[in-house]
Design a protein around this ligand. Structure first.
Ligand code: PLP
Length: 426
């Protein structure tokens, strides 16, 4: 059987889908005991007092923004490199997103650039622990406290990552997590808001619980279709679906069809109806099982990243991600800088390995943020970064094959130049 390597691999605990579908069949798809149990265990996992579930990570962020009662029209600082939806939710909520540049070695908010972006109108900062790499929280917290800014940590990529031994999502005033299919904890959608502040938690809960329940049929479909998608990006499913399309398209120039798989970048006002829903019992059941396994999954990603770094660090033209001391990333993505990323991607897909160019958005140059445009050259240079598969379900053989494909792709006729300064690799 032909085996290819997809760029993503969704996490899954065997038996959880059937258990969730059975709960729906019993009439416990929406309401039931698991939401409260999941929230309680999640808060315990984070060593925080309150965790409140939501229909999406973005909605958890939206409720946090409202619950913190920040001055309307105030400025909120985001790293320029993040998922466009997050600053858009701030814009929709009546705030002005301000983009600050990132650190070239970690891809995360640069504390000095954050400080330089503060004005008398700034009310909050949203450090994103991008790709599962913790932000440099000591200076970020020091600067934020000195300027009396709220800190809302975006932990969508980073459940389980630590900074100086402390879990991300426990430093600021509140944090949020995503349970979208590809995220560290997959419940086929959903999110969580976390805080130690009782008043803020009560406000978030009131907002989340004021939403409508989704249709039980819709939850059934979401879990079933989600599982189908998970199988389609699995080694055999991918071989006969997207890989074929990517492979054929690679003979016709612009072959990266993946942009068609993503949510289109657009203004989100008014908020889509589908966002204003409650998180469900069936998803929370899956969440409980995922949470029991999260450390095991993260350990696999870390081991895979360590193997990739050891094998790639000496290859000319490749720069593996940095791992600053005292941080323990979870490697949601494994982001490399490559001197010739397009050539490398092209050669990899021809050899059966799908790698992704970029993953998130350079928000400061997006049309949707036209009125908030700024220059963030380090973030802009990341348009040429590559994400290598690193997910937990890769086998030893897959990893060896991936390493060989990258080695050969770099060595083949057109030599790739060595670059040592990440800024020179744009
Ligand atoms: C960095 C980041 N923040 C927030 C989110 C939002 O999560 P959700 O899709 O659950 O709303 C995502 C989702 O992809 C993300 O990548």
């Amino acid at each position: 059987m032909i085996r290819t390597i997809a760029r993503y691999g969704a996490r899954h605990v065997p038996g959880s889908m059937v258990a969730a579908l059975k709960a729906i069949a019993r009439g416990e798809g929406l309401r039931g005991p698991y939401v409260q149990q999941f929230e309680k265990r999640f808060a315990e996992y984070q060593s925080m007092r309150h965790a409140i579930s939501a229909s999406y990570g973005r909605m958890a962020f939206y409720y946090i923004l409202k619950a913190l009662e920040l001055a309307s029209g105030s400025e909120i600082i985001f790293p320029a490199l993040t998922f466009w939806v997050v600053p858009e939710m701030a814009r929709v909520s009546g705030f002005r997103p301000v983009f600050a540049d990132i650190d070239p070695s970690t891809f995360n908010l640069d504390p000095a650039k954050f400080e330089a972006a503060i004005t008398s109108k700034t009310s909050a900062v949203v450090p994103t622990h991008l790709y599962g790499q913790p932000c440099d929280m000591d200076p970020i917290m020091r600067i934020a406290r000195a300027h009396k800014l709220a800190v809302i940590e975006d932990c969508a990529h980073a459940l389980g990552a630590t900074y100086k031994g402390q879990k991300v999502g426990t430093f600021g005033d509140a944090s949020f997590f995503s349970f979208q299919m590809l995220k560290p904890l997959n419940t086929y959608g959903g999110g969580m808001a976390v805080t130690n502040d009782r008043t803020v938690a009560a406000r978030i809960r009131a907002l989340a619980e004021a939403q409508e329940w989704p249709a039980a049929k819709g939850v059934f479909k979401k879990i079933l279709l989600g599982n189908l998608q998970r199988k389609l990006v699995g080694p055999y499913g991918f071989t006969f679906t997207m890989f074929l399309a990517f492979y054929i398209a690679s003979f016709f120039g612009d072959y990266d069809l993946s942009r068609y798989l993503w949510e289109s970048i657009r203004p989100l006002s008014p908020l889509p109806e589908s966002y204003r829903k409650r998180y469900t019992n069936a998803q929370a059941l899956i969440g409980l099982r995922m949470l029991e396994n999260i450390d095991k999954f993260n350990a696999l990603n870390r081991a895979h990243a360590a193997k990739l770094t050891a094998a790639l660090r000496d290859i000319d033209g490749i720069q593996p991600p940095a791992s600053p001391p005292e941080t323990e990333p979870v490697y949601y993505q494994y982001c490399i800088r490559a001197a010739e990323p397009d050539i490398l991607k092209h050669r990899a897909i021809r050899a059966g390995v799908d790698v992704e160019i970029m993953h998130v958005d350079i928000c400061n140059v997006l049309d949707v943020f036209q009125e908030f445009k700024t220059e963030c050259p380090v973030a802009e240079a990341t348009q040429h970064t590559l994400q290598l598969p690193v997910y937990a379900s890769l086998t030893e053989r897959d990893l060896n094959r991936l390493i060989n494909v990258i080695r050969q792709a770099v060595r083949r006729p057109k030599p790739l130049v060595r670059a040592t300064d990440p800024r020179s690799m744009s």
